[in-house]
Design a protein around this ligand. Structure first.
Ligand code: OGA
Ligand code: FE
Length: 272
């Protein structure tokens, strides 16, 4: 007699609609406004393409994906820390473990953490429902100058990367998992620079245009002892450089699914 597990269909991929960038109709420079604007004022000038894609489950072959080949890498590290409501303790007690983990995984000689974001369903920062890359090549370099002003020239002369260390705080994740685009076969032209206008300065992020050659993955049932390293930038040529990512609505989520909570720590990664 077949057991329940034998009769369950394999969960090799899910289909979901991802939100991609499409250029402004009037040909103007694309922007997001990220400060409060009067009601009714548009906060972006570009279009959004809602595109159905297959998101392949990496569960069972987590080890197949590497930062150099794909731009993301799954890890399973022990972090004893779990006081996520205490910002000061996150910096003091969680950050050192993140720095060690990234050094061990990459062989980097120096890792500088520049911020973190906790996302909750009803919080100020929610899962991001748009395919993006956090930095452009220019804003990646600006980050090094901003956070390491005294050594920037020396650091920028060698290989550097921006890596996000993403981890669920509740688990296993049952809704709004994170999809990761394979940066290994991404064409540079699919990632478009979009101005990120703050009140006092203008930054830039990478928005992603749909291309049927792109491949998307996620790790089903990602748990609190699992992490994914997401490479947003690499100064080295010939490796995966910029990894598109987005939260997505999982069609297999139950109506009473556990709300996703996560933390991503953003890091500058340097090599000797
Ligand atoms: C990130 C990111 C989105 C999310 O880690 O850079 O965009 O929904 N996360 O967790
Ligand atoms: Fe991001």
């Amino acid at each position: 007699m077949a057991t329940i597990t034998e009769t369950l269909p394999a969960r090799a991929a899910v289909e979901s609609t991802l939100n991609f960038y499409a250029p402004p109709k009037d040909g103007s420079v694309p922007y997001n406004i990220v400060y409060d604007v009067p009601e009714g004022t548009p906060t972006r000038n570009y279009e959004v393409l809602h595109q159905k894609v297959q998101i392949i489950d990496a569960r069972g072959r987590e080890g197949d994906f590497t930062l150099d080949n794909n731009g993301f890498q799954f890890e399973k590290r022990h972090h004893a820390f779990n006081n996520w409501s205490d910002a000061e303790r996150i910096e003091k007690e969680y950050y050192p473990g993140v720095i060690n983990a990234i050094k061990e995984v990459t062989g980097a000689s120096k890792v500088v953490i520049f911020d973190n974001t906790i996302r909750t369903k009803d919080g100020y920062r929610k899962p991001v429902m748009a395919v993006h890359v956090d930095q452009t090549p220019k804003s990646a370099e600006d980050r090094v100058r901003l956070h390491c002003p005294d050594e920037a020239d020396v650091l920028l002369a060698r290989r550097f990367q921006i890596i996000n260390y993403w981890k669920p705080l509740t688990g296993p994740v049952e809704e709004f998992p994170l999809a990761l685009g394979d940066a290994g076969d991404m064409s540079e032209g699919d990632i478009v620079s979009v101005e990120h206008r703050y009140r006092d300065r203008t930054g830039a992020t990478g928005a992603v245009q749909y291309n049927p050659n792109q491949k998307y993955y996620y790790l089903s049932g990602m748990d609190t002892d699992e992490e994914v390293l997401i490479k947003c930038y690499d100064s080295l040529d010939g490796v995966a450089k910029r990894t598109p990512h987005t939260a997505f609505e999982d069609p297999t989520s139950a109506p009473n699914a556990l709300p996703r909570e996560s933390i991503e720590v953003r890091t500058l990664v340097f090599y000797d």
